[in-house]
Design a protein around this ligand. Structure first.
Ligand code: NDP
Length: 242
């Protein structure tokens, strides 16, 4: 079934920025495809016209299958928010390399897998938006962010390349670069010193900003006429200097 407002797909919709964005687009009348590993958290959102899929973004076939399932119900995906990501921040000399692997696989290959699931169809329709989750850490480096920054610089690089490639096809590519946002992202930091330092800095600047603020910006950028593109969204707490 197709509706007035097109289908929007979001990876990492079970918490934080993805969850807030799911609520914002749903409230704006969009059917949504919500993907994450924690299906119970997707169910708890209780959003209407939603297809919920237990998806690990490292699994290219699983994303494609979820997209196909949702498109059968709601028509083509008009926006893919490649948002799922993990921040295992830590001292680079002592960090277990398995943490590098996890960030690289989820934050870089996961984004590529998400784009791959929808890009050809967007080109064929000459319509669509790829919302690429990078970070302020995709623009400059921070202590103990070594591999995380590497993954987010990757997202910036491929986003710009995709933007140039897709421009003649009228497909928009928007890269999103948030600073400190209040989410569950720090739950995955295992290095106690790194975590303490991050939290002290966050406290010193009066805390992060709400994921709802980011979600509103994403919706605003998406709602621009297709002929207009906000190429990058950089949003940080006012007090975040670096
Ligand atoms: P959260 O930890 O709250 O959300 C992360 C989301 O990603 C969850 O829904 C999680 O779902 C999902 N996810 C993680 N790994 C996978 C996976 N392998 N497969 C599918 N889904 C996965 O943090 P945020 O909302 O902050 O993070 C969202 C994005 O924003 C990330 O890419 C992060 O790097 C980026 N970001 C965050 C900033 C911040 O300050 N919060 C700043 C800049 C960028 P589940 O565990 O259920 O699979």
């Amino acid at each position: 079934m197709t509706r007035d407002r097109p289908l929007v797909a979001i990876t990492g919709a079970s918490s934080g920025i993805g969850e807030a964005t799911a609520r914002a687009f749903s409230a704006a009348g969009h059917p949504v495809l919500l993907m994450a590993r924690r299906l119970d958290r997707l169910e708890a959102l209780g959003l209407p016209n939603a297809v919920l899929a237990r998806v690990d973004v490292r699994d290219r076939q699983a994303i494609a299958a979820a997209v196909s399932d949702a498109e059968a119900k709601f028509g083509p995906v008009d926006m893919m928010f490649a948002n799922a990501g993990i921040a295992r921040l830590g001292d680079i000399a002592s960090q277990p390399p398995e943490e590098w692997d996890e960030m690289i696989d989820i934050n870089t290959k996961g984004v590529m897998n998400s784009v791959h699931a929808v890009m050809s169809a967007m080109i064929a329709r000459k319509h669509g938006t790829l919302m690429m989750m990078s970070s302020i850490a995709g623009r400059k480096v921070y202590p103990d962010h070594t591999v995380y920054c590497g993954t987010k610089f990757f997202v910036h690089a491929v986003s710009e390349s995709f933007r140039e490639y897709l421009a003649p096809h009228d497909v928009r590519v928007i890269v999103l670069s948030p600073g400190i946002i209040e989410t569950e992202v720090l739950d995955h930091v295992n290095d106690k010193n790194t975590l303490a330092g991050y939290q002290a800095n966050k406290k010193a600047i009066g805390g992060g900003i709400s994921a709802d603020v980011v979600a509103k910006l994403i919706l605003d950028a998406y709602q621009m006429p297709q002929k207009a593109i906000v190429q990058e969204i950089v949003i940080t707490p006012t007090r975040q200097k670096y």
